[in-house]
Ligand binder design. Structure first.
Ligand code: IVH
Length: 681
C-alpha cells in the first residue's frame, strides 16, 4: 500500500524529473496541467502531513538550477514565482487574505489584471540607462547570463531614454508570438530540424543558445511587467505607473492591462482575457492579478517563493494527457480518410474530449502514437481537438506501430493516396459514408442552412432509402417523414417547410453545398456573382472561369469538370425541377459576413445612420445588435450623446468601446484601428 511518505517521495522525484526537462532541457515531458496537478497533490499532502516537508522539497523551490553552458548571475533581488489559483473561488480566497493583510475593505483595493504569458522569465540590468546584463531566472536566486543573446532581441532597447542615472532591472517574459512560432517551425521543417512543441519551449530554446547568432535569427519578443528601481531613482507608486513608464521607454507591455477597482471588476476583466485568449498574438495560460499600490505590496510582503500581493489565475488547461484507446478512420464527404484517436475521456478547457483528430497518414507516422500510449491532447478555442504526441513512459511496453488501413472501413473498397498529397481517399463514389457527409454538408449552416437536419436525421433518411442524393431532399413529403422514429407530425412539417424555404437560397450557397472540390464560400460567391445563374456558369468555358477574380486554374478546372459530369447534370436538373432557384441575387443584397456571430451594441447616434439603419447594417453582416451590454458583447460603438449605463457597463466588463468614426471600418472588416485584442503590439 502506498503510504503518504512514499507517495510524497514519488511525487518529489517525478516533479524533479519534470523540472529538469522543462527548465534545463526546454523539452517538457507532459502538458503543464499534468505537472501542475503533481505539484498540487504534493502541496496538499504536505499540508496534511507537515512532517513530510523539508527544506529541499520541490514545493519550496522556484524553477531549476542553472546548466553549465552560461555564466552564473546572482540576482539583485530573487526572481520569485507566483502562487496559482485554479478557479474563481481560489481568487476570492486570495482577495480575502489581501484584505486581512492590509486591514482594509476590499472595495478600497485597486488591482491590475495582466495576461500571464507563457514564456521564459528574464531580468535585464540597466546601469545609467545602458543595457548591461541579462539573466534567466534559474533557481530564482542564481540565473544564467544570456546578455549577448538578449542584445539580439529587437523588442529590448539597448538604451533607455531618460533613465541615465542609477541601476534598474526590467523584468518580463521572453516569448514567441503565435505567428512567429508557426513560422519558426515551418523553417525547422525546411531544415529537417526538430520542431518545437510549443511557443514557450521554442522561446526558451532560442534564448538559451551558446551562439547568439542563432538567437538573432529567432523572432523573439519580450513583454515587460516589472521594474526594480535599485537606486530609488524613480518615484513610482503603483504597478500601473510602472507599466506606463516601461512603455514610454519603448518596452512592449500588455496594452490590455487596466487597473480595476474592487474584486468584481477585477474578476470580470480576468474573464475578458479568458474569452479573448485566442485573439491575443501570443499564448497565455492565465492572468496575473496584482495589488496595484506599492505601499500595499510592501505591507503584504512575500512568502519564501511568491509574493502575497499577486496571484496567477490559471485558465482551464488546453492540453492534457490521456490514454489512447484505439485509432479509427472516418470518411468525409470528399472521400478523404481521416485517422482519429479514441481516447479515455478527459476534461480539457471546460469540455470532455473523447475523440481527437490525427489529421492524416503522415501525421500518425510522424507522431508515432500507438493504441495504449499515454498521449497529449490539445483543444484550443474552436479548433478541433488534436493529438499532439505520445508521452514517453519509461519501462512500459508499447503496442506495435499502427498502420493506416488499405481499405475503406465503410465500403471495403481500396483507399488511395492522390498525387503527392498527404491525404488518402476512398475513391468509391457510391460509398455510403461519403453520401451521408455530402447531405449533412448540403443542409449545413454554411450551405443551404436547413434547420432540423443533424447527422442522425440524415442517417435515418438514408437507412430508410428516402434519399439517395441531395436532390431527393426536395421531394420529401410530411407523410414520408412521420413514420420515422422521433419525428412527429409537427417536426416533420417544419422540416418540409425548412426545405421549402431553402429553395430560395442564393446560388453561392448551393455551390458551397454541392461540395465541389476546392470551392469554398469565397470562390462560390465569386463564381455565382460572375455568372448570375447555374445555367450560365455551367456553359462557361475554362478560360472564362479562370478569368474570374479569385478563381485560379485549379478551381476553374474543378468547376468545369464538375458541371460536365453526367451525375451533376442529372442532379442539377432535378434541383431545378424541384424549384431550387440556382440564381444569385444582385450584389447589393450580398454583404460580406464580417460580424458573423458577434454582438455589437450601439449607443448614441452615428452620422449617416438611423438607429434601425445601424442595427440593420450589423445584422446584414451576420452580427446581432442587442439593446444592452453583457459579457458576450463583442464591442460597444459610442455615437453622439451615448447612454452612460451602457458605457459604464462596458467599462466594468472590459468590453472594448469604440468611437462612431470606426463604425465603417468595423462593418467592412470586423475590426477597428487600435483593436488591442487583435492588434496587440
Ligand atoms: S509578475 C514576484 N506578471 O509567470 C513575481 N509574472 O508562474 C512577479 N509571468 O514567475 C512576477 N506573465 O515568469 C508577472 N504579467 C506577469 C506575468 C508573469 C507571466 C510569469 C513569471 C512568473 C511566472 C509564475
Amino acid at each position: 500500500m502506498t503510504t503518504p511518505a512514499r507517495r510524497a517521495s514519488w511525487l518529489h522525484s517525478e516533479i524533479t524529473r519534470h523540472n529538469e526537462a522543462y527548465f534545463i532541457n526546454d523539452a517538457p515531458l507532459v502538458p503543464d496541467a499534468d505537472y501542475d496537478a503533481l505539484v498540487r497533490e504534493l502541496r496538499e499532502l504536505e499540508g496534511l502531513h507537515p512532517e513530510l516537508v523539508n527544506e529541499s522539497s520541490v514545493t519550496a523551490k522556484v524553477g531549476a538550477p542553472t546548466s553549465n553552458v552560461f555564466q552564473e548571475v546572482t540576482h539583485a533581488e530573487p526572481m520569485l514565482s507566483l502562487d496559482n489559483a485554479f478557479d474563481v473561488e481560489e481568487v476570492r480566497d486570495w482577495t480575502e487574505r489581501v484584505a486581512k493583510g492590509l486591514g482594509t475593505e476590499l472595495s478600497d483595493v485597486d488591482f491590475t489584471v495582466e495576461p500571464k504569458v507563457d514564456g521564459l522569465a528574464l531580468s535585464i540590468l540597466y546601469v545609467d540607462g545602458h543595457l548591461t546584463q541579462a539573466a534567466t531566472r534559474g533557481d530564482g536566486r542564481v540565473g544564467e547570463d544570456v546578455t549577448d543573446n538578449v542584445r539580439t532581441i529587437r523588442d529590448i532597447p539597448a538604451l533607455l531614454p531618460g533613465a541615465s542615472r542609477g541601476r534598474i532591472e526590467v523584468r518580463g517574459e521572453v516569448l514567441l508570438a503565435k505567428e512567429d512560432f508557426a513560422e519558426l517551425n515551418r523553417r525547422q521543417r525546411e531544415l529537417a530540424a526538430k520542431e518545437f512543441a510549443n511557443p514557450r519551449n521554442a522561446a526558451a530554446g532560442s534564448l538559451r543558445q551558446k551562439d547568439s547568432r542563432v538567437t538573432a535569427q529567432r523572432p523573439l519578443s519580450f513583454l515587460a511587467y516589472q521594474l526594480l528601481d535599485l537606486d530609488r531613482t524613480f518615484n513610482l507608486a503603483t504597478q500601473s505607473a510602472v507599466l506606463a513608464q516601461l512603455s514610454s521607454w519603448g518596452f512592449y507591455t500588455a496594452s490590455e492591462t487596466i487597473v480595476q477597482h474592487g474584486v468584481e471588476a477585477m474578476l470580470s476583466r480576468s474573464d475578458w482575457f479568458l474569452a479573448h485568449r485566442h485573439d491575443l498574438r501570443y499564448e497565455i495560460d492565465g492572468v496575473v492579478l496584482k495589488v496595484d499600490r506599492f505601499d500595499y505590496q510592501v505591507t503584504l510582503g512575500f512568502t519564501s517563493r511568491a509574493p502575497r500581493w499577486a496571484i496567477a489565475r490559471k485558465f482551464p488547461p488546453e492540453e492534457r494527457s490521456t490514454r489512447l484507446l484505439s485509432i479509427e478512420v472516418s470518411i468525409g464527404r470528399t472521400g478523404r480518410a481521416t485517422p482519429y484517436a479514441v481516447l479515455e475521456p478527459v476534461l480539457i478547457a471546460g469540455s470532455t474530449v473523447a475523440l481527437a483528430t490525427l489529421h492524416n497518414q503522415d501525421q500518425v507516422a510522424l507522431k508515432d502514437v500507438r493504441p495504449g500510449d499515454l498521449v497529449t491532447v490539445r483543444k484550443a478555442g474552436d479548433v478541433i481537438p488534436e493529438v499532439v504526441g505520445a508521452v514517453i513512459e519509461t519501462g512500459r511496453r508499447r503496442h506495435a506501430r499502427w498502420n493506416f488501413p488499405t481499405k475503406c472501413p465503410e465500403c471495403g473498397e481500396p483507399l488511395e493516396r492522390v498525387d503527392d498529397q498527404s491525404d488518402t481517399y476512398c475513391v468509391n463514389r457510391g460509398c455510403p459514408a461519403q453520401l451521408l457527409q455530402q447531405i449533412v454538408h448540403f443542409v449545413s449552416r454554411e450551405a443551404l442552412d436547413v434547420e432540423g437536419f443533424g447527422e442522425q436525421r440524415v442517417a435515418q433518411l438514408l437507412d430508410e432509402r428516402l434519399v439517395n442524393d441531395v436532390a431527393d431532399l426536395f421531394t420529401l413529403r410530411v407523410e414520408d417523414l412521420t413514420p420515422l422514429e422521433g419525428l412527429g407530425e409537427l417536426s416533420a412539417t417544419s422540416l418540409v417547410q425548412a426545405l421549402e424555404g431553402a429553395k430560395s437560397q442564393p446560388l453561392s450557397r448551393v455551390l458551397v453545398g454541392l461540395g465541389i472540390r476546392h470551392v469554398g464560400p469565397v470562390a462560390a460567391r465569386e463564381l455565382a456573382r460572375a455568372h448570375g445563374s447555374y445555367h450560365a456558369l455551367s456553359q462557361a468555358s475554362l478560360e472564362e472561369l479562370e478569368s474570374i477574380a479569385g478563381v485560379g486554374p485549379v478551381i476553374a478546372q474543378s468547376v468545369y469538370q464538375y458541371c460536365r459530369e453526367p451525375e451533376t447534370r442529372e442532379r442539377m436538373a432535378r434541383l431545378q425541377d424541384a424549384g431550387v432557384q440556382l440564381t444569385e441575387p444582385s450584389d447589393a443584397t450580398l454583404t460580406e459576413q464580417t460580424l458573423a456571430g458577434r454582438a455589437v451594441v450601439v449607443t448614441g447616434s452615428i452620422d449617416g445612420y438611423s438607429r434601425d439603419g445601424a442595427e440593420a447594417a450589423i445584422i446584414d453582416r451576420g452580427g446581432s445588435s442587442p439593446g444592452s451590454v453583457s459579457k458576450k458583447t463583442f464591442c460597444l460603438v459610442i455615437g453622439d450623446a451615448p447612454g452612460a449605463s451602457k458605457v459604464n457597463k462596458a467599462k466594468e466588463l472590459g468590453i472594448p468601446a469604440i468611437p462612431a468614426s470606426e463604425f465603417e471600418q468595423l462593418l467592412a472588416s470586423g475590426t477597428w484601428s487600435g483593436d488591442e485584442a487583435t492588434n496587440i503590439r
